[in-house]
Design a protein around this ligand. Structure first.
Ligand code: NAD
Length: 497
């Protein structure tokens, strides 16, 4: 028996156990892989179900069916696809408690956050269905009096969709599935193995709402096996991937020539200037670091604070963080649930240990929480005097950890901000609008929130990594994703005078 992200892989499921299924060519099936993942809840330690780990041939069958059936969605009118998006949203709403319950068990997040995530998935389909109706293309004035030129938006064809485990219901819906249906693309979706059972429920909703057979497929399994087929097949025209910067680099290379929408890791700084409202800054920092136990690409991963207000800010952060205790995720009072998997929890352990070895001082937390149903609960952690060269500062930690570093000048601030190769999001606290603009324009990232937590986002606002950073390419959010998933085609007419 081997482990995958800390979960056991077996050659068959336990007898009588609840089994997950794939959705290929309009049929729910177990696939042809030879292994099963025993999905154990990070929240409670209970068995959630068994997931079939698909084979390359399962993914190839799904891609072939998507290619054959792609015209079914593409040939629907925009109004028809918009109505389909609304029906999917209604189906998600109808099953929201069931999906949220499974999400809480499978992913590890507090049930209140899980409910919010499921509501967000329904909104995603609604928004995609609304926005596509008003997405216009253009006609172009031309030099030649006998010519007319227009552009039209068309689906790209078949999209391979590969997603992570941190927001397994809302993120695929917002980033790809809603916009994909709205724009008329057929899709083959490979979700992260540790959260694929709730993906099944989402695809059930899509199918029940009437998504044409063969235009949405769910292939469960390991990324380098089934995901790689989507990435490399000549029959997928686009790759929509969210995940780590490391995997993103592999996928970007292996899918060269296809349309790429890549949303990767983040390690954005939260910057606190000396004139900031420190109470607000501290509360936003704690909120941004502890939501989803810190497993958010835009989480508050590091705090850079003007040395003059360092101590006053840290005191407030510790006070605010101390109000939040790890609590079993299924408890409605829980505000800090479990990390999703052991591999991620080990990364948090390792980053903290290195920072301490190099001189960081832990003021609170710094270890797994005791007395919890699983070992995946982490104490909220505040660490100061973090050495700038350590992974806790330069890399993505993905845990409920608040590392604090101080700066003495703007130049020092910019050097610290640029210490990470990533460039996704940042937050900035100041009362001076001119300083806010100056700094926001200078920092290399896709989003800057001023006087708000780094993870604040509304799903129609453009989001993505700054060019040349390790945070990805392209923009998600509202019409931006619709455009990323569409091909702009120019048609020129010769008109006899
Ligand atoms: P990951 O890169 O390990 O895996 C992501 C997905 O890719 C999974 O479905 C995995 O099975 C698949 N995969 C892995 N190797 C593959 C390969 N060689 N070919 C094809 N598919 C492959 O990431 P993760 O640990 O699941 O997710 C956490 C990461 O996602 C974090 O880095 C986080 O910042 C990032 N993320 C980014 C955003 C954003 O909007 N930028 C949003 C959420 C999460």
């Amino acid at each position: 028996m081997r482990l995958l992200k800390g979960l056991e892989v077996h050659d068959r499921p336990a007898s009588g156990a609840k089994k997950g299924r794939m959705f290929i060519d309009g049929v729910w099936e177990e696939g042809t892989g030879k292994e099963w993942l025993r999905v154990v809840s990070p929240s409670t330690g209970e068995d959630v179900g068994w997931l079939p780990l698909g084979s390359r041939s399962d993914a190839l069958r799904a891609v072939a069916s998507a290619k054959t059936n792609a015209r079914k969605l593409a040939s629907m009118s925009v109004w028809q696809r918009a109505a389909l998006c609304q029906s999917i949203a209604a189906e998600i709403d109808r099953r929201s408690e069931e999906i949220a319950g499974l999400l809480c068990l499978e992913q590890g997040k507090p049930i209140t956050e899980a409910r919010g995530e499921v509501a967000g998935a329904a909104v995603a389909f609604r928004n995609a269905g609304e926005q596509i109706k008003w997405l216009e293309s253009a006609s172009f004035p031309v030099e030649d009096p006998a010519k007319r030129a227009i552009s039209i938006l068309q689906p790209k064809g078949v999209f391979g969709v590969i997603t992570p485990w941190n927001f397994p219901v809302a993120l695929p819906s917002i980033y790809y599935l809603g916009p994909g249906i709205a724009t008329g693309n057929a899709m083959v979706w490979t979700p992260a193995p540790t959260t694929s059972l709730c993906a099944m429920l989402l695809v059930e909703c899509m199918s029940a709402a009437g998504v044409p057979e063969g235009t949405i497929h769910l292939v469960t399994g390991e990324g380098p096996v089934v995901g790689d087929v989507l990435v490399t097949s000549p029959d997928t025209q686009g790759i929509a991937f969210t995940g780590s910067s490391e995997t993103g680099k592999v996928i970007a290379t292996r899918s060269t020539g296809k349309a790429q929408l890549l949303e990767l890791g983040g390690n954005g700084p939260t910057i606190v200037l000396d004139d900031a409202d420190l109470d607000r800054a501290a509360n936003c920092i704690v909120k941004g670091a502890l939501a989803n136990a810190g497993q958010i690409c835009t989480a508050t991963e590091r705090v850079l604070v003007d040395a003059r207000v360092h101590d006053a800010l840290v005191e407030r952060i510790v006070e605010a963080a101390a109000q939040i205790k790890p609590m079993t995720a299924t408890d409605p009072a829980s505000r800090l649930g479990a990390l999703n998997n052991e591999e991620n929890a080990r990364k948090v352990d390792t980053h903290l240990a290195e920072a301490v070895r190099l001189g960081g001082r832990i003021l609170m937390g710094g270890r797994r929480a005791e007395g919890m149903p699983t070992k995946l609960y982490y104490e909220p952690t505040v660490i100061v005097d973090v050495p700038p060269q350590c992974a806790l500062h330069c890399d993505e930690t993905f845990g409920p950890v608040i590392p604090v570093l101080r700066f003495n000048s703007d130049e020092e601030l910019y050097a610290l901000a640029a210490a990470s190769p990533m460039g996704l999001s940042a937050a900035l606290f100041t009362r001076d609008v001119s300083r806010a603009f100056r700094h926001a324009e200078r920092i290399r990232c896709g989003i800057v929130n001023v006087n708000e937590a780094s993870n604040y986002w509304e799903t129609h606002i453009p989001a993505g990594g700054a060019a040349g950073t390790a945070s990805g390419t392209g923009r998600t959010g509202g019409r931006h994703t619709l455009l990323e998933m569409s091909d702009l085609k120019t048609i020129t007419f010769h008109v006899e005078p």
